[in-house]
Structure formats: C-alpha cells, structure tokens
Design a protein around this ligand. Sequence first.
Ligand code: PLP
Length: 445
Amino acid sequence: MPDPAHSPAHNQTVSKRIFERARKVMPSGYTRHLVVARPHPIYADFADGCWITDVEGNRKIDWVNNFSSLIHGHNKRELVDMLATQGARLMSAVLPTEWEVKLAELLCARIPSLERVRFMNSGTEANQIAIKAARAYTGKPKIAKMEGGYHGQFDLLEASFQSTPENWGDPKRPNAIAYQGGHPQALLDLVVILPLNDIEAARTLLREHAHELAAVILDPQRLQLGMVKPSQAFLEMLREETERLGILLIFDEVWALRAGYHGFQGEIGLTPDLTTMGKIIGGGIPVGGCGGKAEFMSVFEVDAGDPKVKHSGTFTANPLAMAMGFTSLSLLTPEAFADLAAKGERLRDGLERIKRDLKLEATVLGEGSLSALVMTTKPMRNYRELAAAFAADLGRSMPVVQSLLADEQLLTMRGGFIGSTPMTDNDIDFTIAGVRRAFERYKVL
Ligand SMILES: Cc1ncc(COP(=O)(O)O)c(C=O)c1O
C-alpha cells in the first residue's frame, strides 16, 4: 500500500540520489510497497530511543516503530548488548539452542492459550502454519476471515483485504475478492468472508459452512490499524460457535500481543484455540510464532512417526531472534505495560483537548499504547463503514499528517500513533503540541 503521507516535505537531496540508484535495480525503486512515497522516499540513517534521523539529517519522533514491532523503540541498551553478544556466539545453526526453549517457556507462561509453541520468521508465516495446523487437525479445507482483515502476505488470507463497493456484494454475505493480480479463483473459493460485528450474519455463515471450515482467523483487537474494533459480543459469539461447530478459532495477535502482559486475549478473557504472533516477540529481529493447546499443536508431534504437519525453515528459531525476543519480552513486565498504557492515555487526553478546543469533527481512538485521531464522527463498526468514512472524511487528515511529518513526527498515514517504552512525558507533550500546531495551520474543522 503506498503511503503518500511519508512523502518528503523538504530537504531531499541525499534521498533523491539514493532513489535514482534504487530505480535501476528494483522495480520502481522499491522492495516494500508499504514505504512508497512521492516523488521518492526519505531514507533512514540511524535512530536513538524513540527518535529516528533520516539521511537528510532531519530528526523525527518515531510513532510507527516499524509497524509496532519495536516496542522498546530503537537501540535499547539491553537489546543492543544481546545482539552483539549472541551475534558473536552464534547467529544460526542447524542445531537447536536453549534460546528457543526459553522464549517458548516465557510465552507459554504468559499467554493463556499457549501450551505449545513453534517459531517461524514472520507473522505471515505464522498464519500460514496456523492454517496448515487447523486443516490437519480438523480435516477440513476452508478458512473464514473478516472482510477487510489483514493477516500478512499469504495470498489465501489476502482475500477481501481491500474489496470495494463495486465488488464487495451483499453485506450479510460478502464476496471473496482478489487482492493481487493473478489471485486464483480456486484460492478465493477456499475462503468464507465474514462481516465483522454482524453477529447474526456471521453466525449464519459459520453454521452454513461448518462442514468445510477448518478455522476462523481474526485479529481480535482491531481491523485496519485500529480504526474498527471487534465487539466483545462478536468475539464471544465466535468463541461459542466455533467450539460448537468443530472449527478452530485463531487469534492473530501478531500486532495485538502488545496490548498487555497476557496478550490481547488476556485483556478480554477469551481463549482461542491457536494464537499467531510476530513483531514484538523478536525484539527487533524478524520472527513469527504459532501456538495453542497441546491437543491442537499435536499435529506437529513426531513421537509416533511422521507429523501431520511438517514444518522446518532455514532460519526458523535462529538464536539471534530467540535471544532478542526473550530479552525484549523479559523487559516487558506488567509495570512496563502499565507505563505504556499511561503514556497512551496522556497522548489521547491531549488529542481530546485539541479536538475540543479546535472543535474538530474527529474521534480519538485507541487503547494501551495505540492511539489515533481520525477525521470523522461516523460509526466505524466494520470494513465497509470504515471505507465509507475514509472516502468521505478521513482523507481530510492527510494535510495534517503531512504537516506533522514536516514537523518532527513520524506517524502512520491514517493518523495512528504506536507508542514505545523509551517515550517520556516530554516526548508525548511534544507530539501533542505538534498535532495542535498542524491542525491550527490547516484549519481542518
Ligand atoms: C494482524 C497482522 N497479522 C499479520 C501480519 C504480518 O506480519 P509480517 O509482516 O511479520 O509478515 C501483520 C503485519 O502487520 C499484522 O498486523
């Protein structure tokens, strides 16, 4: 997805030169569509704590944290030390290391659904493996996902990530729509799209497809960067129905795990059958994880011969990622989560004040370390309402986001703020002041 918000505002000479070289060796100069910016991206140079400096020498407070993965911001001393120590001892090998056991023990002790865990190298891969496990366990082929839900780059789960009014069909029975050019119909036929927060419609679809559904997967915390939240009642319905119908419930907590010490599932008191993880469990190094009750994870067991699901991977459970993940999570005590949430509250209070003072037609969203100020007051209960609000109103925030980017703030295109542990009250207040200035400058009222 191009992120025009990250287009450079000023001072672009060095980036322009790098980009000219990039265009000669990478399609359009990019290897990650998430960072597409016009006329070219600004390249990063180095970072310190929650501040990142680009190659032009501009410093910005980093509210993106590489899409939530850097919960300790940049260059946390304990993590840099571990990187150096473990890098010097062993980066990867064909033998397992104790680090994978330590990280698995830590996760099983904290996350309610986890009795057994396996590791991989990304959230995408975690979801792929979870789907394989669900199919092998249930013997059924299809997967249900939410309309608009994001689960990484596994094409099966990309169905209807960005469907449009022209193709999304009946709101009670959303069409499975291709996301990629060449997305095979055969893959779309394996996916049942559920309308988020429509309890009756989703229940009906689950019952209708129960005989062929291996799993339902969703991020239990959010849809599309936190703009839409699954209701507790919807999640409870999914838990009850899947259990009754012999379908596995997968919580994709690749992002949501940062919600608290026991993950998002701990916050809401609902336990899925399988949980997928990534981002913060690698301490800044690429990682993925998939776990659940021993019974569901038994498909990987080799005690009685060939496993039902075979899973290896060259860099799987490499000691660098395992050691970094263990160190990062060990620093995330209940007190650290409380502090992250308090800072999130401080930011949201400040955004609410700006909204009130400037009489903005806006909504402050978020919880814990995630916050957003969106330029709409319309309800956003599902992907379609979000898309409609975005088309009608949210685009208005773009100049404000642009202005913030020029004003020492790095945030997501839709005005999302993802906090990190090194942020101080001063950093938060600096951001609040910047947001106020940006709205005053653009008078988006
Ligand atoms: C909910 C969710 N699932 C899966 C992924 C994919 O993870 P990765 O980018 O590590 O493959 C993401 C990434 O943002 C995500 O937010």
